[in-house]
Design a protein around this ligand. Structure first.
Ligand code: FPP
Length: 248
């Protein structure tokens, strides 16, 4: 594959992170309850997991529930937690069949046990899978994650397990919930808002950002392929000049 400058495009991104926004607006535009938008959003999760797997993406991190989302009306939170549990239970056999490994990041202990037990069951049952890693951000907040990492680094330094003078970027990365994953190459946000919403603040330092006005329930496989095609046309410079990058 060649891009506009005739240079071979980079591979498919290893890690795609998605802020799945617009479920509520999708439902409200149809006179439906917001929860119906989340139900439809689960179908999109399935679709996008399939296409990411087909395209050879290694890590797909989905922002399924932020720490701030706990402050939504109780009915909506309850419905969403119930839905996540049901969806995970239902999809586990297909995840295994498609060699998809489930992981999760976030302060998940806050989740009701109905959903959490099912998530943990699915994580255990897919732990041998070697294809796509589907990583759900649940009760997640990037500031919480960074503060948590700082606290654990401090304790380990006090305990003499690490040398405070040696703490560097790699140390911090290794204490984050994503320690075992490469940083996202591409961050997609559906629903049109131009913000990061406390998602993977450390890890997206050099991610390419792609925002589409499409609401998450309407986000198709082709729309995902288009996001990856746009990513392929970007020149990632990592702070260098274009000339330097082209010389590499
Ligand atoms: C944002 O839309 C979406 C969420 C807060 C929840 C997303 C969760 C799912 C799609 C279900 C995930 C399920 C599994 C199994 C991972 P919004 O309600 O903020 O939309 P709005 O901006 O239009 O109000």
């Amino acid at each position: 594959m060649m891009n506009e400058t005739g240079k071979a495009t980079r591979q498919v991104p290893s890690h795609v992170a998605i802020i799945m926004d617009g479920n509520g607006r999708w439902a409200q535009a149809r006179g439906l309850d917001r929860s119906q938008g989340h139900v439809e959003g689960v179908n999109t999760v399935r679709r996008i997991t399939e296409v990411a797997s087909e395209m050879g993406v290694k890590y797909l991190t989905l922002y399924a529930f932020s720490m701030e989302n706990w402050n939504r009306p109780k009915d909506e939170v309850d419905a969403l937690m119930h839905l996540i549990g049901i969806a995970i239970e239902r999809e586990t056999p297909d995840l295994i069949k498609n060699n998809v490994r489930l992981t999760m990041i976030g302060d998940v202990e806050r989740m009701p046990s109905e959903a959490l037990d099912r998530l943990r069951g699915c994580i255990a049952r897919t732990s041998h899978c070697t294809g796509l890693n589907l990583n759900l951000a649940l009760s997640y907040s990037a500031r919480w994650e960074i503060a948590d990492a700082a606290r654990r680094i401090a304790y380990d330094a006090l305990a003499g397990k690490i040398d405070a003078a040696e703490i560097n970027e790699a140390t911090v990365s290794s204490y984050l919930t994503t320690a075992s994953m490469p940083d996202p190459d591409l961050l997609i946000r559906t629903g049109g808002d131009l913000r990061i919403s406390n998602f993977l603040l450390w890890q997206i330092a050099y991610a390419e950002i792609y925002v589409t006005p499409t609401y998450w329930p309407d986000f198709t496989k082709d729309a995902f392929r288009e996001a990856l095609a746009q990513f392929g046309k970007r020149e990632r410079r990592f702070g260098l000049t274009g000339e330097q990058i082209r010389a590499i």
